[in-house]
Design a protein around this ligand. Sequence first.
Ligand code: ZN
Ligand code: ZN
Length: 355
Amino acid sequence: MCGEHSCMSEDEMKQLAEQIGYALPSAAELNSTIFDTNEPVETGEVPPAYRAERYSVAGEESGEGTRRRSTKGEDGRSRNLVFPPAPEPLPYPVVDNHTHMDLLDGDVAVSARDALDTGEAVGIGRIVQVGCDVPSSLYAVAAAAADSRVLAAVALHPNEAPKLAAAGELESALGVIDSLAAEPRVRALGETGLDYFRTGEEGKEAQQQSFREHIRMAKKHGKALQIHDRDAHDDVVAILLEEGAPERTVFHCYSGDASLAEICNENGWYMSFAGTVTFKNSHGVQESLRMARGELILAETDAPFLTPHPYRGRPNASYMTNYTVRFMAEHRGMDLEELCRMIAANSEAVYGSWD
Ligand SMILES: [Zn+2]
Ligand SMILES: [Zn+2]
């Protein structure tokens, strides 16, 4: 699997995980499936792997800092935890270039393989599994080794950096990310960036320092950069220009307006659209989608978050990229297959080949 490159063995990965008390899933667990036979994914029905009656995870805690997305919505009320129905398959397979299979939503604990098989059945042929801290970055590397449909991104999330800095652990965590970044199936440093929505003034310095380090690592390893930018457009752009952006730079869950889209177009930075582009009040993001140069457009779920319209608030998974891509084609007035081919080609231009 690693070709002539040196890469970490499963044992070395396990050791690294053990040191931090993380139970790294084995290849067998990642490849496990709940199906006895190949049950089909039917259009208009909840995909078999996402039906709650197949699982018993009710006792598992949910919410921020746990492995499961909160069962309460933004308004504090209980969410509808039934997964949305499967859409009609796309005419050409696309890439979900930003997803978190290790984070669960709803009352299911879907294996990586079942998530990937479901996505593939509706036209999401490949994904980039993204890390937010050392454990989830290890997961991403393991998932990419276990299935050829997965490439990995590794990083410390901007909301993690201040916590690590406060604990005196930022430097050592960055060191682990640096060593993982050398792995051949790790194709991006991400998600890194700035988040001024969740992190206050006191965390800015650590966030910016961590972001700069990730930019340097991306360039050093010749990998792409996946940026998380929440309420921080100006500083993200300023730091990118100061440090010199990596050759392939992606704004994940693009949240800017026309002025940021113009900057991205000028600099050749990729805009990755998530379910948020389908929301009725996302005027700036939608305008950006119309303005974006075709060769800079990517698609993602950021699952389990940001479920696209008309299922906003419901659980999210990689197969839901399909709904977002349909919206994007309609909104840009493009032929659906043409857009799918464009997203697939752009994704390979950023991350290289999955095979
Ligand atoms: Zn993010
Ligand atoms: Zn994310």
